[in-house]
Write a protein that binds this ligand. Sequence first.
Ligand code: 13P
Ligand code: SF4
Length: 305
Amino acid sequence: MNSKELKDKILKLKKEKNAVILAHYYQINDIQEIADIRGDSLALAREATKLSSDIIVFCGVRFMAETAKVLCPDRKVLIPEMDSVCPLADMATREEVLKKKEELGNTTIVSYVNTNVDVKTVSDICCTSANAVNVVRSLDEKRVLFVPDRNLGSYVKEQVPEKEIVLWDGYCPVHEEYSVENLKKLKEEHPNAKVAVHPESPKAVREMADFIGSTSGIINYVNKTDTDEFIIGTEEGILYELRVNNPGKKFYIIGSKSICTNMKKITLESLYKALKDEIYEIKLDEETIELAKKPIERMVSIKRT
Ligand code: 13P
Ligand code: SF4
């Protein structure tokens, strides 16, 4: 089947099965094009709670589909590729987090949504890159263990100096690759371009940026900034939304391979198969859902940034 035939079949099946397709901005263009909702991890978590569909097909990495399941336990949540995992999320286990908490004593555990669900079950509150600063600022407690991204954690630390933030040593392999040399070269080639980077980028790169924000933050920044050229420091899938909204603007991505291979595992074929065979279903036991729900709901209830 060619991609047009596949897309038609997916749209037909979606209607027949009362399904909704959610896609993260890092998905391949074909998937973003036919998704009902495109968004960053916070927007997709919020949207999932508003849906009345029987099936949610989550085109993203597994922790995102797990979050949707925790928030919508009565729905069938599918992920087209079960091994579409996030290496950053895999850098912290529940046992390691509990051990660190014991070492530190009285500490609030803030976990980035890029954690596996069992880590969420022992967390006090979750955050995404869009609301991490607000989440940490909203806490009454002074001491925070921020899990697992050290770059986002250090960014939060800079923004909320009144808190004592202990960092986990995790990182996103895609954003960690960005270097000052890369960015310097791009800036020399495009001296009028504004620089917008994701907070998962290393500190030295963030310090050279005009704007630091989540994927939706970067999209909003580009939409409202009256400049023709932008250097973008995040996964290249974001270009789809940037180009839809800003056909006249030019974009240059930092790094030669700013691709999250896990996000790219989902294809039109696997999405079609997921809808047809209703695979792969995210299954979580009741206790896990109850425990993980608390920090996620606490996050979702915090005022939008
Ligand atoms: P957002 O929270 O901006 O969607 O980012 C998720 C992610 O995986 C970044 O690498
Ligand atoms: Fe995880 Fe990085 Fe991929 Fe985001 S880009 S899903 S943090 S590996």
